[in-house]
Design a protein around this ligand. Structure first.
Ligand SMILES: Cc1cc2nc3c(=O)[nH]c(=O)nc-3n(C[C@H](O)[C@H](O)[C@H](O)COP(=O)(O)O)c2cc1C
Length: 218
C-alpha cells in the first residue's frame, strides 16, 4: 500500500504542505510527499497525444510524476485557494490526469483520495475543485479537510495600509500586523485533528482492501 501526497501550493513549507503532511503522517503505511512548488507543469493542451496509450506527450515535469501516480493506491491532494478556486499549478497538475481516461482507461479508477484545501479565508473552494477532479477519474473521495493559511499580504510590507489586503479584509482598519493576527494551522486544532483522523481512516481503508485481496489470492 502506498499513498502519494501532493501539495500544489507554489509556496514550499507553507500551510498546504503542512496539512497534506498531517494526513500522510497519520496513515501508518508507506507514503511519499511531493511539492509542486517550482515544478514546470503546464496545462493540458488537448493535443490528444495520450488517446492511444493513456500517456501524456507534453514534455515537462509531469512526466516524472506519472509513474508515482499510477503506482499509488491513494492520493492526498492539497491546493491553495487562489481567487476562490484551486491555484493554477494544482489545476495544471490535475488537468493532466486527462491522460488516464481514454478508451475507458481505468488506471486511477477505484483508488482512494483525500482533498485538502487552504485559503487566506478558507480552503473550501479548493476542496470542492479537487473533489470534482477525483469524480472525473473515479477516485473515491474518502474525506476532506480545509484550513486557513497566511495570505501573502501579511508579509508584503504594505498590509497595514493597503485597502485591498488581508488586514483590511479580515480586521478593522488600523490593525497592526503581529504574529497573533496571522493565521497559522497551529491555531486551528480542529483542522489538524480532522487531517489526522482522515489519515488514520485512509490507512484503515487501505489495510482493509489489502487484507481482502490477500484472502482472495492467498
Ligand atoms: C493570487 C492569489 C490569490 C488568492 N486568492 C484567495 C482567495 O480568493 N480566497 C482566499 O481565501 N485566499 C486567497 N489567497 C490566499 C491563499 O489562499 C493563502 O495565502 C494560503 O495560505 C495559500 O496556501 P499556502 O499557505 O500553502 O501557500 C490568494 C493568494 C494568492 C497568491
Amino acid at each position: 500500500m502506498k499513498v502519494l501526497g501532493i501539495s500544489g501550493s507554489p509556496r514550499k513549507d507553507h500551510s498546504t504542505d503542512r496539512l497534506v503532511k498531517e494526513v500522510l503522517n497519520a496513515i501508518g503505511g508507506e507514503t511519499e510527499f511531493v511539492s509542486l512548488a517550482g515544478k514546470r507543469i503546464g496545462p493540458c493542451i488537448a493535443c490528444l497525444g495520450c488517446i492511444n496509450d493513456n500517456t501524456c506527450k507534453v514534455s515537462d515535469e509531469m512526466q516524472g510524476l506519472r509513474q508515482k501516480i499510477v503506482e499509488a493506491d491513494a492520493y492526498v491532494i492539497g491546493a491553495a485557494n487562489y481567487y476562490s478556486m484551486l491555484n493554477g499549478l494544482s489545476h495544471c497538475f490535475l488537468e493532466r490526469f486527462y491522460q488516464f481516461r481514454h478508451q475507458e482507461g481505468k488506471a486511477l479508477a477505484g483508488k482512494l483520495g483525500v482533498a485538502v484545501g487552504v485559503g487566506g479565508s478558507s480552503g473550501d473552494k479548493s476542496v470542492e475543485n479537487i473533489k470534482t477532479f477525483f469524480d472525473y477519474n473515479e477516485i473515491e473521495c474518502v474525506g476532506t479537510v480545509s484550513g486557513q493559511g497566511a495570505a501573502s499580504c501579511f508579509s508584503c510590507g504594505y498590509c497595514e495600509t493597503c485597502k485591498v489586503g488581508a488586514v483590511h479584509m479580515f480586521f478593522e482598519p488600523g490593525t497592526m500586523v503581529t504574529p497573533e493576527i496571522i493565521p497559522n494551522l497551529d491555531k486551528q486544532p480542529e483542522a489538524l485533528m480532522q487531517a489526522r483522523s482522515l489519515g488514520k481512516m485512509l490507512g484503515e481503508r487501505l489495510r482493509g482492501i489489502a487484507d481482502a485481496k490477500w484472502e482472495v489470492t492467498g
